[in-house]
Design a protein around this ligand. Structure first.
Ligand code: F6P
Length: 342
């Protein structure tokens, strides 16, 4: 009798810890008697039947590596004629028994739709943005926050030496998790996130007040999706297949406006994709590993339409449907951060 087959794919923006998940799913899946099929480049590979068989050797030495050995894409099958049908056909042609999708809201939203249409899918929550509901943390977030915190640490000495205001723009389209995390850990003087819009006059007023008390520099952490009250800061109308606007540029606008309003010399830095690159932290390696093991366990038990999640310190199972909304920074956490503003 031929072996059961478990497929997996990684979709959306890459994220430190993806290879830890892949390794854990493969190792546990093999132990449970599956042949492991790696689908290349997210949903694109499922549409094009682009795959590789993963054996023990293919997942050796990848735990600590950033990125994903399977490749990724932001392909949205729901926007392509006949793509969903091709995915069903390829699932059959590849003799898959289950498909584990490792991704954020876009990738897992597709997995949920396909599950509702009858495909055996399971989800693993991934994103540096940490904005998926249903789980306390997504893997990748911890690494991104640590990279951003280190950048803020480094900006302090140069800002202080030159008596400047330094604005650092961090990732986060709808939610300011990275910015509030790195801002709090790095001791930023202001944290500007999409959930809590402000006018530039308010920020400038607080900086002036800080500097009037003898401080000669300020560090401002701003999320790429921050909305300046009373100003249209949509940087580009370009959208990806999931309708996400490409962001980047608000840091420059914040810096320009603040220099105008305060008269203090200001510079800006866009940290960008550095936040997603390189090796995962121990936390993300362990979380990714535990997620992968649990996802493989769900596969063996035939529990489809589910997502693995972290609740407190436990890995639990929740419905894939949970991912269809964004999880935002709550007011209480923002109020905690605000104590240190100025
Ligand atoms: O979803 C993760 C993320 O890194 C967001 O924080 C960011 O807005 C986006 O991806 C950038 O996407 P891309 O790599 O496609 O430019």
């Amino acid at each position: 009798m031929s072996k059961k087959r478990l497929g997996m794919l990684t979709g959306g923006g890459d994220c430190p810890g993806l290879n830890a998940v892949i390794r854990a799913i493969a190792r546990k899946g093999m132990q449970d008697g599956y042949e492991i099929v790696g689908i290349r480049n997210g949903w694109k590979g499922m549409i094009e039947k682009d795959f590789m068989i993963l054996d023990r050797g293919s997942v050796t030495g990848i735990l600590h590596r950033g990125g994903t050995i399977l490749g990724t894409s932001r392909t949205n099958p729901r926007k392509m004629d006949g793509a969903v049908e091709r995915i069903f056909q390829n699932f059959k042609d590849l003799s898959l028994d289950v498909l584990i999708a490792i991704g954020g809201d876009d990738t897992l939203g597709v997995a949920y739709d396909l599950y509702q249409k009858g495909l055996a899918t399971i989800g693993v929550p991934k994103t540096i943005d940490n904005d998926l509901p249903g789980t306390d943390y997504t893997f990748g977030y911890d690494t991104a926050v640590n990279i951003a915190m280190e950048a803020i640490d480094r900006l302090h000495s140069t800002a202080e030496s030159h008596h400047r205001v330094l604005v650092v723009e961090l990732m986060g389209r709808h939610a300011g998790w990275i910015t509030i995390g790195a801002g709090m850990a790095g001791g930023a003087d202001f944290i500007l996130i999409p959930e809590f819009p402000m006018t530039m006059e308010e920020v400038a007023g607080q900086i002036k007040s800080r500097h009037s008390k003898g401080r000669t520099f300020s560090i401002i952490a701003v999320a790429e999706g921050f909305k300046i009250s009373g100003m249209d800061v949509t940087q580009t109308k370009e959208k990806d297949a999931f309708g996400n606007v490409r962001l980047g540029g608000v840091g420059e606008i914040v810096a320009r406006e603040l220099e105008k309003l305060t008269g203090f010399e200001t510079r800006f830095v866009v940290l960008g994709h550095v936040q997603r690159g390189g090796e995962p932290t121990a936390f993300d390696r362990i979380l990714g590993t535990r997620y992968g093991l649990k996802a493989a366990e769900l596969a063996s038990k035939g529990q489809f339409g589910k997502m693995v999640a972290l609740r407190g310190t436990e890995i639990i199972t929740t419905d894939l449907q949970a991912v269809t909304k964004s999880r935002l920074v709550p007011r209480e956490l923002y109020e905690d951060a605000k104590v240190f503003f100025g």
